[in-house]
Ligand binder design. Structure first.
Ligand code: F6P
Length: 516
């Protein structure tokens, strides 16, 4: 959907909503570089996806302020207005102490909920004290949202409430006023937040989008705080998941753990008299923007530069394979390196011709499982290069610093294959970014069956990352694929993404919340 159509639809169908989003990660942090302060953009899928929506709706985004200059640039309530051209939104930061960050972010969110929901054979490390901090931080987020709601009431007094017009044609859509607050929580960091907001006012409509998978009830049942988490989530009026399978897992979990009343005909669950709708909303990218930016002058300039002298890869190649991941054990980086090794073993004709570059951004580095993963990746890269490399050529390059978007897009246009091989992933936006920036139809996507995006991008080469031999063979087949076939498949996938881009995702979610 075009940006403008999104804006028009929101205004026409939902009125003048005051959107309050909350997420752990902030889209922009402010950092000191010497005495200067610079704005640094986050690379995570969640923030990249939501930023265009917030700009368009001029909303308020409540976040954890993690930058070392965040406090300096924000007002006494943690607010800062971020504007670009005519678009702007307000960031409202909450500040956490070291214990909060340790127990809530590194602890309960990323050492319990992350491994529990992804089921990739990394054990959750349960810790009840960390849960208490997690709950406490959720309350801090709720308090900050409530503060925002209170202030909007003050501004609302001057609104002419007689202007309410229900253009939806639905009898149910009568509760909203033109400036009604719409609360949209994001992700597994905020499972308990809705409960505190409903305690403040049970009539506030509140929702959460869960960006990661929801496990089956058998797996979820091992969590000591399972009831508290479910009760927190069921305070929302709408819960969104990436794919229908996660909705089904969640509903089955509610039946299994709470004996809650699940209505399978409309995907809702009623618990203690409150009804929550549970629906799939596959998240996406700003498809038009990426498609145009990939062909822009900025990107073309970088492509020319790389062709003349590739400073990142530092050698020439005939076949190029690329991956971009946050360095996380769910992303299947180790499995991918093993498949590259196996492919070279079986196709020695590619020796000296094939290069695989893994772009990565280090993440959650204070957690042991992540430290170990970094070591394992380094070891594997060095082993593969030792095994096949020559003095002029080594098959694997790793680049583990954040790059500008146009540099990633330049490589996406230049490569012969993009490999996205998570062991389990809610969606995986890199796979969609790649398809939209594949403007010359030069490359092909190899995609894990266990990424949510495989449900839409079924014209890619689907692989099981645990099956090294088949994975390796698919890499080879994709490298050898003819251009016509690539063009047909990529065009089909681009059309699918265009049909449900980030604006469709946001509109569908907000409309569902509005009309329930
Ligand atoms: O996949 C879940 C998620 O929250 C994404 O939405 C986001 O891209 C990523 O994790 C970022 O993680 P973190 O904020 O811990 O770096």
């Amino acid at each position: 959907m075009e940006k403008k159509r999104f804006n028009d639809l929101i205004k026409e169908k939902l009125g003048n909503i005051n959107l309050i989003v909350a997420s752990n990660r902030e889209p922009v942090s402010h950092e000191y570089f010497g005495k200067k302060i610079k704005a640094v953009k986050s690379v995570g899928g969640l923030t990249i996806a939501l930023e265009p929506i917030m700009k368009n709706l001029s909303g308020t985004w409540v976040v954890y302020g993690g930058g070392n200059a965040d406090k300096t640039v924000s007002d006494e309530k943690g607010r800062i207005k971020l504007s670009e051209g005519e678009e702007s939104y307000t960031l409202k930061r909450i500040f956490l102490n070291k214990k909060d960050i340790n127990d809530y972010y590194y602890g309960y969110a990323n050492s319990v909920l992350w491994p529990l929901c992804h089921i990739v054979y990394v054990k959750p490390v349960f810790n009840s004290a960390q849960f208490l901090t997690y709950d406490d931080v959720n309350k801090k987020f709720a308090d900050s949202i409530i503060e925002e709601i209170e202030e909007s009431k003050y501004y609302c007094k001057s609104n002419d409430l007689n202007n309410i017009s229900d253009v939806s044609g639905s009898d149910e859509a009568v509760n909203f006023t033109p400036s009604e607050n719409v609360i949209w929580l994001q992700d597994y960091h905020l499972a308990r937040c809705a409960k505190y907001i409903k305690e403040y006012d049970e009539n506030i409509r509140i929702s959460i989008f869960w960006h990661i998978p929801w496990p089956n009830p058998e797996i979820f049942s091992i969590c000591p705080e399972k009831h508290e988490l479910l009760e927190g989530l069921l305070a929302n009026d709408l819960i969104g998941f990436q794919i229908i399978y996660h909705c089904q897992n969640f509903l089955r979990t509610c039946e299994w753990e709470l004996e809650a009343q699940v209505n399978w005909s409309d995907y809702s669950v009623t618990y203690k008299g409150h009804k929550t709708w549970v629906k799939p909303f596959p998240i996406s990218v700003d498809a038009n923007y990426l498609h145009h930016f990939a062909k822009s002058r900025e990107t073309n300039k970088i492509i020319d530069k790389i062709k003349k002298n590739d400073e990142i890869i530092g050698q020439s190649y005939e076949y190029l394979a690329v991956s971009t991941d946050r360095i996380d054990y769910t992303k299947g980086i180790v499995e991918k390196l093993k498949a590259v090794d196996n492919m070279l073993e079986n196709h020695q004709e590619l020796i000296g011709k094939f290069v695989f570059v893994q772009f990565g951004v280090p993440s959650r580095v204070h957690i042991n499982a992540y430290k170990k993963l970094n070591e394992e990746i380094m070891e594997l890269v060095s082993d593969i290069n030792w095994k096949y490399g020559t003095s002029e050529w080594h098959p694997v390059a790793g680049y583990f610093k954040q790059l500008e978007l146009e540099v990633y897009l330049a490589y996406y246009r230049l490569c012969d294959i993009m490999i996205v091989s998570p062991l389990h992933d809610g969606m995986n936006l890199v796979s969609k970014e790649y398809i939209m920036s594949n403007t010359d139809y030069k490359g092909m996507l190899i995609l894990s069956k266990f990424a949510g995006s495989s449900k839409e991008l079924y014209d890619s080469f689907l692989i099981n990352p645990f099956n090294t031999e088949c994975f390796a063979e698919k890499i080879y087949e994709a490298l050898m694929m003819d251009k016509e076939e690539k063009e047909t498949r990529i065009t089909k996938m681009q059309n699918i993404i265009m049909e449900n881009d980030i604006y469709d995702w946001a509109y569908n979610f907000l409309a569902a919340l509005y009309f329930i």
